[in-house]
Design a protein around this ligand. Sequence first.
Ligand code: TYD
Length: 132
Amino acid sequence: MTLLNIINFPDLSDERGGLVAIETGKDIPFKVERVYFIHSTQTGVSRGFHAHKKLKQIAFCVKGSCEFILDDGKKRETLALDNPCKGLLIESMIWREMRNFTDDCVLMVIASEHFSESDYIRDYDQFVSLAT
Ligand code: TYD
């Protein structure tokens, strides 16, 4: 089973430009508790390098693109996220790394929980031993 679960959000674009709508309870398979975004990522920077015990997230590149690597402790899969209508669902206990951010990339993330450092697993070996 693939780790790359894409949710397609309605593309309401018309001749004037783009519009994407995200509705809770309809398109999102969890209760939304937090939204954050990553922007102005410096050239060559990679981010992530962690998993979450409980948190689920959906990541969108609302502008530009970046690459996601997802890892369940047994396999790694890579995806270029480059379409604002496509959200990448990241379940709990999935290691993620993000890289190759374009200069204009705005990565928006919708999350199922408030921020909690105790939910993070930042050590890859520890992640693998918990996940497998
Ligand atoms: P982190 O999730 O480690 O970033 P990334 O995985 O993209 O490299 O977050 C970076 C820092 O910001 C870390 O100290 C935690 C803090 N942070 C918050 O306080 N609230 C948040 O909602 C997020 C996502 C991060």
